[in-house]
Design a protein around this ligand. Structure first.
Ligand code: TYD
Length: 206
């Protein structure tokens, strides 16, 4: 089982899933938590290049290719082996982030980005994608209020960019209704965590 977590900045997906994972582990499920870009030493090195605030000259296609490269390395070293061992892999961000950020917000085209990613992932789609949906204004205000979360190069984009990210995520949920579940991330932490757990259990029991 391969589960991915998606959403605009400051959607609180990590906190919600931490709570849900604790419950799932108590129930006896074996879970591997990981994140993109990164998740393995090589992929983390690529992450540092992508998110470095000094790299203002980075070309959008270079950015898209680096995300895809990091994704590939992470699949090979971490995700595929864990799935083979029968574990549930829960990954913070994956393919749909590239479709929303690089395809939608950077205007490279969702289908162009899908194509390079199908090559990178050998057509590995998640079984379940939780979309933590939130208005960009609310999400960005949460990040500004949370001093422990480091601001990265993509956070610094204009509001219009973040609106495009959100709109593309919502259009992806319509395009792939079988694997997407939308979670209203504007609700309280407890409600979001509960909705997260329910969506995962529904999929596991399917
Ligand atoms: P991170 O600090 O992990 O952000 P978050 O906590 O919001 O997940 O930074 C990842 C950033 O990279 C985030 O701004 C989203 C962006 N991103 C893309 O633009 N394309 C991608 O394919 C992925 C995986 C992430």
């Amino acid at each position: 089982m391969f589960i991915t977590l998606e959403g605009p900045e400051g959607s609180g997906k990590t906190t919600a899933v931490n709570t849900a994972c604790k419950k799932l582990e108590e129930m006896g499920y074996q879970i591997v938590r990981t994140r993109e870009p990164g998740g393995t030493p090589i992929a983390e090195q690529i992450r540092n290049v992508i998110l470095d605030k000094e790299n203002t000259a980075m070309d959008p296609r270079t950015e898209a290719l680096l995300y895809a490269a990091s994704r590939r390395q992470h699949l090979v070293e971490k995700v595929w082996p864990a799935i083979k061992e029968g574990k549930i892999v829960i990954c913070d961000r994956y393919l749909d982030s590239s479709l929303a950020y690089q395809g939608g917000a950077r205007n490279l085209g969702v289908d162009n980005i899908l194509n390079i990613n199908l090559f990178a992932t050998e057509n590995t789609y998640p079984d379940l994608t939780l979309l933590f949906d939130i208005e960009p204004e609310v999400g960005l205000a949460r990040i500004a209020a949370n001093s422990s979360r480091e601001v990265n190069r993509l956070d610094l984009e204009k509001l219009d960019f973040h609106h495009k990210v959100r709109d593309t995520f919502l259009s992806l949920a319509k395009r792939y209704p079988d694997r997407f579940v939308i979670i209203d991330a504007s609700k309280s932490q407890e409600e979001v965590a509960q909705a997260t757990l329910k969506a995962i259990l529904d999929r596991l029991c399917k």
